[in-house]
Design a protein. Structure first.
Length: 317
């Protein structure tokens, strides 16, 4: 065993509190906040092919492994373990000229993974970078497309067939309630990776045409409904268009122009969200296009008995 000898091991790892930039009295929440900030800045997905930043990220992760664990932090503060997470001892054995038998390389992360905290943040950034670092298969380039759909197709949902530049035909499902400018992702319908990795995606931006009758506000539908003077005065039951077809609507006697009536549940239905909007109908009184002497005579006679006008309501204001 002449190749082995005892010698003190110099630990050059910095204090975990200094690494994270927090005081020793910092709370668990403050430690976690400091770690999240540094990890976002130093993560390899943000800094590809930068070995210096990768080492710094590893240092920050080790520091948080200690300070983020209540038991390990207590043992570190008591001097029982070092900044590398190892049990403290006066001497350690090291093979002359060889690899250390302990130290930071022997740190047991116990399943700790920085992405447990930042999973969604980093997974969205990772994409095809993984292949360039050897961490997984490459991903081909995404392709962007645009389609225009009718108002009712966007409101109720539909399936549209499109032809891609390579001649391939795809059926795209338009979800009910999709709004103008939203994207639909078709996984695996983008460009192939030259290295044999996964295909990219097709990103289809949806443009929604205006409708001559309907307007949309969230999941609610708005409609202006012209009615005759007789319907406004006497009341009526009329057919009203909705995105699902015509329905009957009761117009009350004495309805005013601009009055809004509600058709409950006749708006946009979102199956996934289990919500349904309403349709709001605004009444607009329309007089005959051609002059009607009989109507004029009747109104003149009525006006003589009722000289007050709506404008009198603002008198004195």
């Amino acid at each position: 065993m002449e190749n082995w000898h005892k010698k003190p091991v110099q630990c050059d790892m910095r204090d975990p509190y200094d690494i994270l930039g927090v005081p020793r009295k910092a709370s668990d929440a403050e430690i976690k906040k400091a770690y999240r900030k540094l990890a976002k800045e130093l993560h390899p997905d943000v800094n590809p092919d930068d070995s210096a930043v990768a080492e710094r990220f590893k240092e920050v992760s080790v520091a948080y492994k200690i300070l983020g664990d209540e038991q390990l932090r207590r043992r570190y503060d008591a001097g029982e373990i070092g900044p590398d997470g190892q049990e403290k001892s006066q001497f350690r054995y090291e093979y002359a000229g060889g690899r250390p038998g302990g130290g930071a390389e022997g740190f047991d992360f116990g399943g700790f993974n920085a992405e447990d905290i930042f999973g969604e943040f980093f997974s969205n950034m990772r994409g095809d970078r993984r292949g360039r670092r050897g961490g997984g298969p490459r991903k081909g380039t995404d392709r962007a497309y645009k389609i225009t759909v009718d108002f009712l197709d966007a409101a109720k949902g539909a399936t549209r067939r499109v032809t891609l530049p390579d001649g391939k035909m795809l059926d795209i499902k338009i979800p009910a309630g999709i709004t103008d400018g939203k994207q639909i992702r078709l996984r695996g319908q983008g460009d192939a990776d030259p290295g044999g990795g996964h295909k990219g995606d097709a990103l289809v931006e949806v443009s929604v045409r205006d409708h001559p009758l309907f307007r949309r506000d969230g999941d609610d539908i708005h409609l202006d409904l012209p009615i005759t003077l007789a319907e406004a005065v006497l009341g009526a039951r009329v057919e009203v268009p909705t995105i699902g077809g015509n329905v009957k609507l009761n117009i009350p006697k004495g309805a005013d122009s601009g009055q809004v009536l509600r058709l409950k549940g006749k708006g946009i239905h979102r199956a996934r969200a289990k919500t349904t909007g309403n349709q709001f109908v605004r009444l607009q009184i329309k007089l005959p296009e051609q002059p009607d002497p009989e109507l004029e005579k009747l109104i003149k006679k009525w006006a003589e008995k009722h000289p007050d006008t709506p404008f009198d309501r603002f008198a004195g204001s």
